[in-house]
Design a protein around this ligand. Sequence first.
Ligand code: SF4
Ligand code: SF4
Ligand code: SF4
Length: 337
Amino acid sequence: MRKLVGLPIKPPKAEGSDIQLKCNYCINECILSKDDVSYCGLRNISKKETGELPFPSRSKGYIHGYIDANPTNCCNAWFCPAGTSRGYPDYSDYNEPEFGTYSYAAFLYGCTFSCLFCQNYSHKQFQKRHLFDSETLANQIVKNEKITCLCYFGGTPEAQLPFTINLAELILKKIKKQNAVRKFRVCWEWNGSGNKALVDKCMNIAIKTGGNIKFDLKSFDEKLNLALCGVSNSRTLDNFKYLADNYFGTRGKEMPEMSGCTLMVPGYVNHEEVELIATFISEINPDIPYSLLVFHGDYQMRDLSITPRDQALKCLKVAQKYLKNVHLGNKFLLGFS
Ligand code: SF4
Ligand code: SF4
Ligand code: SF4
């Protein structure tokens, strides 16, 4: 599957070779030699420049941005200030969902996982990508005062974390200079495989701005994660626990700083798997929001049906046994309103 799109089947580890490029932005920790392409597909040594990783870098990113009317279909819109009355007046000017405003949807190319069921696989269409610089993007975003939040997703932001941090900081600096009272939240939706120090920086920005972070917890069993997503989930679980232990609850119950989310892949991610994930979350804090998503066939798993209603209800029930804040997403696929 990865060969079909020109990607290596495993993270390159060119130890011992003379020319090397090392990246530690995610669990894959690629070490590239001359002809290698990174696991995420975004880096190769021929573009190496002095002092910094080749593009994408801190100041330039492969991104496709567009505005999305609030409330959006962001995975955390069921509890965030854009989709509810929460966060008013500290993080939102609206004591209701933010109708008439926009979220800036920042789709980032490249992914550090390789899921068979990927529902955003256009992140692998590298021939369509363009490199944008953060200064230009920040100016565009700041200029539109109807934009109240920024959502990084993809692919997954991990492969371009320094770029996402830099862009967010630039926007916040420009807003502060122009209009100190404007509310602007920054959120990340990711698979959780990132470098811990960078992940920590993202969380600090999300907390300060009233944003949040959504973790895709694809499975609890590492072998299942390897089978479905090509990469271990060990970093994801570590980062989830680290951020939750250190930051969850710091803004109070009304404004959760982070959430977990699981796609109920028929026959693979069933109620037993969901029970393991829900137990893991509840042992950290049972108030952490958790969303279960109904699956629909995509990418290399188009032959699967949507999540059967029985499986969805069993998963929901078992998650609610452990957690206080459970949500069912994509329920229209099951005919629920
Ligand atoms: S970017 Fe954040 S604040 Fe905006 S809609 Fe998405 S989750 Fe809500
Ligand atoms: S982590 Fe998300 S974007 Fe990346 S391959 Fe998996 S489903 Fe696709
Ligand atoms: S972000 Fe990309 S290049 Fe860096 S370690 Fe991860 S997969 Fe490799």
